[in-house]
Design a binder for this molecule. Structure first.
Ligand SMILES: [Zn+2]
Length: 257
């Protein structure tokens, strides 16, 4: 078992040598209050995971944007919140994180049934792809403390897509422990998604961004944002979905508030 011994040794060494400095850690928690975990074990685990995340990922700024330590830590800690009890292995499938100053306008094309090509612009604050990289708009990441009241968080959104893609395409169904868990997931998420689409079509005001009605994978990612950054409001509006996500992430964010 030399391999696992070596891995443990390397992990220990990274945690000692590359630990996130105290001041930077405290500043990050002050800036993004939803990252403040009341349990000492959870808080220490989040910090260790973030250190290991920083050591294993590569950050690239686009158009001269310099990704400094504070920015990298802000992204790392938010990315590690969903996997607090799932493990960093969940993010083994990619290395690169590409950071833009602001949202990116992507030119999209769709071909309709008559073969006519329609072009349109889509504004992206983030994007996750199979094998990476994960793209993020720094402006949206930086605003995450303030936008938490709206249940909005771009880092959690994109990294939940990464979790979703571990078992193939992003389809709103992540890797689950067994057949029962899978049946339960499809039943609960499917019913919640259909009901949500109905509310959006009816023009109702919703806690979750109407963008979630786009597809089941977007519904999963948007719901996970609210689950972590506005858990009390989310639990009131979606009690069954809250329970489903609590079981999957093995966390109870509403109980932390
Ligand atoms: Zn998305």
């Amino acid at each position: 078992m030399v391999g696992s011994w070596f891995k443990r040794w390397r992990t220990e060494r990274t945690l000692q040598r590359r630990a996130i400095p105290d001041t930077l850690w405290q500043l990050t928690l002050a800036r993004f209050p939803f990252l403040r975990l009341p349990g000492a074990d959870d808080a220490a685990r989040l910090r260790d995971l973030s250190t290991l995340f920083l050591a294993s990922k590569e950050f690239t700024g686009v158009d001269g944007l310099e990704v400094d330590d504070a920015m990298a830590v802000a992204i790392a800690v938010q990315a590690c919140l969903p996997i607090l009890h799932l493990g960093l292995d969940c993010y083994d499938g990619f290395v690169g994180i590409v950071v833009h100053e602001d949202a990116v306008v992507a030119r999209r094309e769709v071909v309709d049934d008559d073969g006519v090509v329609h072009q349109y612009d889509e504004e992206l604050s983030g994007e996750a792809m199979h094998g990476g990289p994960v793209m993020l708009s720094w402006r949206d990441v930086a605003d995450a403390g303030e936008s938490a009241v709206d249940g909005y968080n771009v880092v959690i959104h994109e990294f939940v897509h990464v979790l979703d893609m571990r078992n193939g395409d992003a389809d709103g169904v992540p890797m689950l422990p067994d057949r029962n868990a899978l049946d339960e997931w499809v039943r609960v998420l499917g019913a919640e998604y259909d009901a949500f689409c109905g509310r959006v079509d009816a023009g109702e005001e919703t806690l979750l961004d109407p963008y979630a009605a786009e597809a089941p994978e977007e519904f999963f990612a948007v719901a996970a944002e609210a689950f972590f950054v506005a858990p009390l409001e989310f639990r009131i509006e979606h009690p069954a979905l809250y329970e489903l996500l609590r079981g999957y992430f093995k966390q109870d964010p509403a109980a932390r508030q």
